[in-house]
Design a protein around this ligand. Structure first.
Ligand code: ADP
Ligand code: MG
Length: 382
């Protein structure tokens, strides 16, 4: 059985200076592994698996995560997280530039677990798209013709509540997390669509993203306060031979903004509630990363938040995990930038066990093996 141990991969991406920043650089790209951040009193230099400068392209970032995506088609789980303060480029990195528009939600409904044709396919500009659509395109390309079933789902965690972004997005009743021996951790009643073509999958991704916007306006959410997880699940043919892919999960997470909110500000009740729950999921993620970065024997508080509970079986455990920490180069954000780097520093100490999810010997194969052994022993006796 293929198994290995590796470091959690951590990359930093610096976004370009935007007009709203109005100030000069504070985070400076030194080379492909090193970043330097200077504030009024000191200078911090830190190294990572990869540092993407503000000139980096979407393709370069995708090349970096590509190996993880390819592993999924062979049975290795993969989780990719975008972490950083609001406005630092998480959504740009995960979804891409063309995912920013506030399009109205289309009135299209889907049936659970049934493949659906694409209504209309727009040409995909691969130079602009982020990690999620690029991963989808690549995954479908490399699994073409293989006896696999691919499912996708898309959810949002807001205020410690889980909402389906693909089916009944306006439903007020949140979904709950379940765990089963065979299926691992999953969200009960979350729509999982069978997707046969990359275009169908991207269509669903866009649909879910529009629903995210609708939910936001309806409940006055802001994307920076919610986490989204787009999940792709691949299942092999059960009749496959031993050693073939059984199932593999890919979690693509656009996390809520990591900035600290101003507690003293004029904050209405809703906002305080939001702030607390965001802090809960992100704080717990921080605690989980810290616990995993320790000696590995301590308690890992996965159950303390929805985000970490959902990722319990796919965050560093049996999963290739890649963190992309996004930062702004502007000096007004230096404090948040340093906090993001601190989180990234802890994450890079985490060791990840990576194991292939493969079909093990079936009962029939075991029985046959035991019968052969009995025969052998009998022949020894006589
Ligand atoms: P976040 O999701 O972290 O809140 P966004 O991804 O929405 O941040 O990015 C904030 C703004 O910065 C957007 O207008 C986005 O287009 C721009 N931006 C972010 N990263 C980049 C980048 N690498 N190149 C060009 N523009 C970027
Ligand atoms: Mg965002």
């Amino acid at each position: 059985m293929e198994e290995s141990s590796e470091h959690l991969k951590v990359a930093i991406r610096v976004r370009p200076i935007l007009e709203i920043d109005k100030v000069q650089d504070t985070a400076v790209y030194l080379n492909e592994n090193t970043i330097q951040v200077t504030d009024s009193t000191h200078m911090v230099t830190s190294s990572y698996d990869c540092v993407f400068s503000s000139d980096s392209t979407q393709q370069q970032v995708f090349e970096y995560v590509k190996k993880g995506i390819e592993g999924v088609s062979r049975g290795f789980n993969c989780t990719i997280l975008a972490y950083g303060q609001t406005g630092s480029g998480k959504t740009y990195t995960m979804f891409g530039a063309e995912w920013e528009s506030n399009n109205p939600a289309p009135q299209v409904y889907y049936q659970n677990r049934i493949p659906r044709p694409v209504k209309k396919t727009l040409p995909i500009n691969t130079s602009k798209i982020g990690i999620i659509p690029s991963s989808i395109l690549h995954l479908f390309q490399i699994t073409k013709g293989k006896p696999l079933t691919i499912y996708c789902s898309f959810l949002q965690i807001y205020n410690e509540k889980i909402f389906d972004l693909l089916q009944n997005p306006n439903r007020d009743k949140p979904l709950s997390i379940r765990e089963e021996r065979d299926n691992g951790i999953f969200v009960e009643n979350l729509a999982e669509y069978v997707v046969e073509k990359a275009e169908d999958c991207i269509f669903l991704l866009k649909q879910g993203d529009r629903n995210r916007v609708v939910r936001q306006t309806r409940f006055n959410h802001h994307s920076s306060r919610s986490h989204t997880i787009f999940q792709i699940l691949i299942e092999g043919d059960k009749a496959n031979k031993r050693g073939a892919l059984k199932r593999a999960k890919m979690n693509l997470c656009d996390l809520a903004g990591s900035e600290k909110f101003d507690k003293e500000g004029s904050m209405v009740k809703d906002h305080i509630q939001e702030m607390n729950s965001i802090n809960k999921s992100l704080t717990t993620l921080g605690k989980v990363i810290s616990a995993l970065a320790g000696n590995g024997t301590g308690h890992v508080p996965y159950r303390e938040s929805k985000l970490t509970r959902l990722l319990q079986d796919s965050l560093a455990v049996n999963t290739r995990t890649i963190l992309i920490a996004t930062i702004s180069p502007a000096s007004i954000y230096v404090e948040e930038t340093l906090n993001t780097l601190k989180f990234a520093d802890r994450a890079k100490q985490v060791m990840v066990k990576v194991k292939k999810n493969e079909i093990s010997a079936t009962n029939d194969q075991l029985v046959a093996k035991l019968q052969r052994e009995i025969q052998h022993l009998k022949s020894l006796l006589s």
